[in-house]
Design a protein around this ligand. Structure first.
Ligand SMILES: [Zn+2]
Ligand SMILES: [Zn+2]
Length: 354
């Protein structure tokens, strides 16, 4: 066979294969889609993890729009029990995408009542009720004011509840709708809010004036522990409560990047934006001070979330972190939506799963 005939034959096969694929393209795409659904339906993140304490980062951004990060949201798995710490906008979608068992969330712990930490509660209660088949309202604990917030959500989503219950094929339990709030009143600077078997959850005061009180939360499960700072300026009380934890999840604001934002906003004739940039510096923590808190607390590892300003590219990580790595010997990571960090019981491992 000459090379010319071989190439002509090859071309004919390619044309025929392409033509066939084109003719049956809808069937092929449908088969791929069906396979995707089959592989994801009913999958539970817990089944893929060892016994231990695990965090699904379901929102690592701040109120400033970021194409890669939604508002604050953390899913926590402690053995077989599941919780959330804050649910900002988009958080529930990330939980579901991450195979987190939303219907089994025992309680949402809210750090404070700034909108970016609670704006997803309405979506959470609807998803937990409909997809998650809840038969009682979703419990929410938080600082003073949480009761009014949850009542507002319950009222705002009332028409949605009625539409769903009016659907003749609805098989949802009317009792599963809504949020049910518990106000946490600290006894001093910190209080244990749950202590059952291998699991202990501690709420503690942080500094986020004028949002007051504002809390952080520490989870201890068997021999593993994780602390969520919530929104706070550098706070000695956080350092005290975080002592010896495996993982500190701390908010972070890059003063250097915000100064650039401020300067450019002023130069561009956007003084309002510049004012916001200057204002937030007083009640958030720089990456350097978060690293200092991590060192002083003696934690094993630091993850930064609630990133201000947005950090949409890894090329910006160095600029955002500044001198943080000189203040803390452990690993420092900028959390990203969808990340899972696993702390297997009976080990010292901190495993990053993406
Ligand atoms: Zn806040
Ligand atoms: Zn916030």
């Amino acid at each position: 066979m000459t090379l010319k005939r071989f190439l002509a034959g090859l071309l004919a096969i390619i044309v025929l294969a392409t033509g066939t694929a084109w003719l049956f393209r809808d069937h092929i795409v449908e088969a791929v889609f069906a396979n995707f659904v089959r592989n994801n339906l009913g999958v539970d993140l817990r089944d893929t993890l060892p016994d231990g304490l695990h965090v699904l980062f379901c929102g690592t951004g701040s109120p400033m729009p970021d194409p890669t990060r939604t508002s604050t949201c953390n899913g926590v798995i402690a053995g077989t029990r599941v919780f959330a710490v804050d649910i900002g906008a988009g958080g529930v979608r990330n939980l579901i995408l991450g195979q987190f068992p939303v219907g089994e969330i025992e309680r949402v712990y809210v750090t404070h009542l700034h909108s970016d930490h609670i704006e997803g509660l309405g979506e959470a209660m609807i998803q937990a009720w409909t997809i998650g088949r809840r038969t009682s309202p979703l419990p929410v604990s938080g600082p003073e004011g949480v009761q009014a917030t949850t009542e507002g959500f319950n009222m705002a989503f009332g028409p949605d509840r009625d539409y769903r219950l009016a659907n003749p094929s609805a098989s949802i339990d009317a009792n599963g709708y809504g949020l049910n709030a518990t106000t946490i009143a600290l006894n001093g600077e910190s209080s244990v809010v749950l202590d059952e078997g291998d699991l202990k959850i501690t709420a503690f005061r942080v500094s986020h004036q004028p949002a007051e009180p504002a809390f952080g939360y520490r989870f201890d499960y068997k021999d593993r522990s994780v602390v969520f700072s919530g929104d706070t300026a550098y706070d000695p009380n956080l350092v005290r409560v975080s002592a010896g934890a495996d993982l500190l999840v701390h908010e972070a604001l890059s003063a250097r990047m915000m100064a650039v934002l401020n300067r450019v906003a002023m130069e561009s004739g956007e003084p309002d934006m510049g004012d916001v940039a200057g204002d937030v510096l007083s009640y958030h923590t720089t990456p350097e001070d978060a690293a200092r808190a991590a060192r002083e607390a003696g934690v094993r590892e630091l993850m930064l979330n609630h990133l201000i300003p947005p950090v949409p590219s890894r090329l910006l990580h160095g600029l955002f972190l500044g001198d943080a790595s000189r203040r803390f010997d452990g690993r420092i990571t900028l959390a990203e939506d969808g990340m899972v960090v696993s702390l297997p019981a009976g080990s010292d491992d901190v495993v990053h799963l993406e």
